[in-house]
Design a protein around this ligand. Structure first.
Ligand code: FMN
Length: 402
């Protein structure tokens, strides 16, 4: 099915049929999978990170673990997986073939060289000669590779990011994106280093360093590889707030196109990333859990949203929320919200609002026989009661003065 023209957008100098790309991960592990993804409707794909043939990639098993909700839905996902197991020549052939079959889709090669920058330059030259549309430098993998001085070990060092970016850009004719790690104190600082190295754009974020859990019967950390584990990378819906913060910080710091990544599974998530400065978005975990087909629902949702709001491209939404981010000091102290019982019929008398207000707030709510009673004199306007109400009985009303 053809994409709606409304979804066409730009990513720096590239034109995208739609702003949805697969990120460098298992869904782009081989050429056949990328072809299936393009057929399913993804606008582009970032190939699972390619390394020089002399860096051995040998994965452990198992290498995933998950934090799930009550309905078995994924909230957070940990992996300790390494990079592409395919040779450089395999990817050269596949890039050439896929670009011939899918000239309108963006095929981006993720690369990671060794500690020697020349190996990054060699890889960059090979993938661009094969015909990829852009290069993404993986300086952000948080597990395995940092022990060897690469991956996030580079992405956490501003000087190394600047110098390595400069060297890769020097040999590249296609746009070079630098994929950043959120496991830093100030991502804006690292993005600035990439910009000083003349990067064409930024991808953010890679996974968040984590330890997903412990089996409390065996005391084994998860995912358990024959009784042991290691720190891994956290992804999926739980990291979206971290990704949104990082992308907005980058957008406020450098004037470069950004591919937003982290916890995207619905069209609304993508809109949030775009409003905070992303030009396009990448998805991994949601596809690993639900398949390539989710892109149809995501594209339909975005098309309907753009139509309803009167926009003719996702581009028109880009960065629209950024001007509303300010320091805490600059926030208005003279307005506040109050909870109001707008929908008394919906109340199931669970009492959560009253308990939360009593033990986590200001004891301003009581559960009476007649229903919820709010003491506006005690209410401090924190909004906790509205958040814990599962039936939307309580809504917020804006007051002008505290
Ligand atoms: C199993 C797995 C393998 C991954 N492999 C890579 C990789 O080879 N290169 C890379 O840049 N990012 C890799 N990532 C990170 C993803 O591309 C993405 O940045 C991250 O998962 C956040 O997006 P998500 O929340 O949509 O999954 C991997 C992620 C997962 C879950």
């Amino acid at each position: 099915m053809q994409d709606s023209p409304l979804l066409t957008t730009t990513l720096g100098s590239l034109t995208l049929k739609n702003p949805f790309l697969l990120s460098s991960a298992p869904p782009t592990a081989n050429g056949e999978m990328i072809r299936r993804a393009f057929k399913a409707g993804w606008g582009g794909a970032v190939i699972k990170t390619i390394t020089p043939d002399d860096i051995p990639i040998r994965d452990v098993s198992p290498r995933f673990s998950a934090w799930k909700g009550d309905c078995n839905e994924i909230l957070g996902f940990e992996n300790i997986e390494l990079l592409s197991k395919h040779s450089v020549s395999y990817w050269m052939d596949e890039i050439k073939a896929i670009k011939k079959e899918y000239p309108e889709h963006q095929l981006i090669a993720s690369i990671m060289g060794s500690t020697d920058p020349i190996s990054w330059q060699n890889l960059a030259e090979v993938v661009q000669d094969a015909g990829c549309d852009a290069i993404e430098m993986n300086v952000s993998c948080p597990h395995g590779m940092p022990e060897a001085g690469i991956g996030a070990a580079i992405g956490q060092n501003p000087q190394m990011v600047q110098e390595l970016t400069r060297m890769v850009v020097a040999v590249s004719d296609v746009p070079v994106y630098v994929k950043l790690t959120p496991n830093v104190t100030d991502i804006g600082h690292i993005a600035r280093s990439a910009a000083l190295g003349r990067a064409d754009g930024i991808s953010a974020i890679n996974t968040v360093g984590c330890m997903i859990g412990v089996d409390i019967e065996t005391f084994e950390p998860r995912p358990t590889v024959h009784g042991r584990s290691t720190y891994g990378g956290y992804s999926g819906p739980a990291i979206k707030p971290i990704g949104l913060r990082m992308v907005s910080e980058i957008a406020r710091t450098v004037p470069l196109p950004i591919m937003g990544i982290g916890g995207i599974s619905r069209w609304e998530d993508a809109v949030e990333y775009i409003l905070l400065g992303a030009s396009a978005v990448q998805v991994c975990t949601a596809v690993m859990w639900n398949g390539y087909g989710i892109v149809r629902e995501i594209k339909k949702g975005l098309t309907e949203y753009l139509t309803r709001r009167g926009y003719s491209s996702p581009e028109e939404l880009r960065g629209k929320t950024l001007s509303r981010l300010s320091s805490h000091q600059a926030l208005d102290r003279f307005v506040c919200i109050r909870p109001v019982v707008r929908n008394p019929g919906a109340c199931i008398r669970c009492g959560r609002c009253a308990i939360a207000c009593r033990d986590g707030g200001y004891s301003a709510i009581q559960m009476k026989k007649e229903g919820i009673e709010i003491d506006n004199g005690s209410c401090d306007g924190c909004g906790l009661c509205i958040l814990v109400c599962s039936t939307k009985t309580l809504t917020a009303e804006l007051c002008s003065h505290k």
